[in-house]
Ligand binder design. Structure first.
Ligand SMILES: Nc1nc2c(c(=O)[nH]1)N[C@H]1C(S)=C(S)[C@@H](COP(=O)(O)O)O[C@H]1N2
Ligand SMILES: [Mo]
Length: 413
């Protein structure tokens, strides 16, 4: 199964430098006098980098096909069943006191979810990132109800070790894209932690078909492959294996979002004299974020990639970048009617973020490079986490998430 990727057009609050690059390759930029504005904290639903399988892709369905797929708000249904699976180490199958099925008219629908939402609603700002793509996909304010509240509708569970879930896939087993959580991950949340949830709103609006609506799973700590779109099925199972579709493709199925910095594409050439502004985004992953730093060095035009064992790494001079600070006033950033006091990760009394960046969110960084002599340069940026580990430490294995160090070459003069 090969994901097909649609590059979102890079517009809307993007930097002048990046815009020039996006429109015509790496343009020769007039250096802006002030640092370009940071990326907007919330990405519009249509501006996310899309990672979707399916032939046809569910977001292209229309009319009767959409109704048949149960992917309109009125027709949406999600079954919650017990998987009868047994095997060598699985003597007893999982069971639920009550299954929610389409056949007997008890499947989950949107009114049921909204009813649960009256009491258990969660809102959370999360960066979406694919384990296999070295660039954030976007960031949203996701809104829904914890998976555990949905499972509680089914009464007593026995012999449940994992929860599997998958979306609409054209009723073709070859197109199935599923993911899973352990029982504990689905049911229990550490204090101040973030629950797995079923989302039906994004940035204050109904979750669009394009972004996986009417309802998608959102797993706050995980890479995108756990956040199943067009959710239609939840199955509790006694199978202890994380048999995510991604696991079958040589990925670490229990990876968490990594702390990592990403560089915006800059102009290829800057005039001498003015400052050169470099910008980018950084995700605060499992290990949190302490700072972003850069390393600038002269390098020949088109210099080959620096090998991992090159002695230059040892003498690199890493210097601090400026991190976008927490907004003092969240009105105008959050959708109308949403108070930051009601968003997870914020102090419910003051409405201020409890940490910055928020866990599993991304913010912009920037640096002004001054007094550069004419010549060719290489610019690298890296995140340093709360353990003091610099990217790509401590987990440089790409199949647990891409966090290699990015590099940009440019010329001054
Ligand atoms: N049903 C379904 N859900 C899915 C996928 C998919 O192909 N089908 N792709 C997953 C992957 S690998 C990623 S990275 C995210 C991407 O989310 P986005 O398209 O909203 O950016 O969706 C996830 N959810
Ligand atoms: Mo992905």
């Amino acid at each position: 199964m090969t994901p097909s990727l649609t590059r979102r057009s890079f517009v809307g609050g993007s930097t002048a430098v990046a815009l020039a690059a996006g429109l015509g390759g790496r343009a020769v930029g007039a250096a802006p006098a002030v640092c370009p504005a940071p990326h907007p904290l919330l990405t519009q639903a249509g501006d996310f980098y899309d990672v979707s399988r399916g032939n046809p892709k569910p977001q292209t369905l229309q009319g009767e096909a959409l109704v048949k797929a149960k992917l309109t708000p009125e027709t949406w249904r999600c079954e919650v069943v017990a998987d009868p699976f047994t095997g060598e180490f699985v003597k007893q199958p999982a069971s639920l006191a009550k299954q929610l099925t389409i056949a007997d008219g008890t499947a989950l629908d949107l009114p049921m979810l909204m009813k649960l939402g009256e009491k258990h609603r969660v809102r959370f700002i999360k960066a979406m990132q694919c384990l296999n793509i070295a660039e954030p996909l976007g960031q949203g304010l996701w809104e829904g109800v914890p998976l555990r509240e949905v499972l509680r509708l089914c009464g007593r569970m026995t012999n449940v070790r994992r929860i599997y879930f998958w979306g609409f896939h054209n009723d073709d087993p070859k197109q199935l894209f599923q993911s899973s959580l352990s029982y504990t991950e689905a049911m229990e949340t550490p204090p101040g932690g973030l629950p797995a949830f079923l989302a039906w709103r994004l940035n204050g609006e109904q979750l669009s078909l394009l972004r996986g609506g009417p309802v998608r799973m959102v797993i706050p700590w995980a890479h995108g492959f756990k956040s199943i779109k067009w959710l239609r099925h939840i199955a509790v199972t006694n199978d202890y294996r994380a048999n995510d579709t991604y696991a079958e493709q040589n990925n670490d199925p229990e990876s968490h979002l990594k702390t990592a910095a990403y560089i915006d594409t800059s102009a290829a050439k800057f005039p001498a004299g003015g400052p050169v502004f470099m910008t980018g985004r950084v995700i605060s992953g499992l290990s949190g974020l302490r700072r972003v730093e850069y390393w600038l060095r002269p390098a020949a035009a088109g210099a080959p990639a620096l090998r991992d064992d090159d002695p230059a790494w040892a003498s690199a001079r890493w210097q601090p970048c400026e991190l976008e600070s927490a907004p003092g006033d969240w009105r105008g950033i959050l959708p109308a009617g949403v108070s930051s006091k009601d968003v997870l990760g914020f102090d419910p009394a003051t409405g201020r973020p409890l940490s910055w960046p928020l866990p599993y969110s991304m913010v912009s960084w920037s640096v002004a490079l001054r007094d550069l002599k004419p010549g060719h340069y290489e610019f690298r940026a890296r995140a340093v986490d709360l353990n003091g580990f610099a990217q790509p430490e401590p987990r440089p294995m790409a199949k647990a998430g891409k966090n290699g160090l990015e590099v940009q070459q440019f010329e001054v003069g």
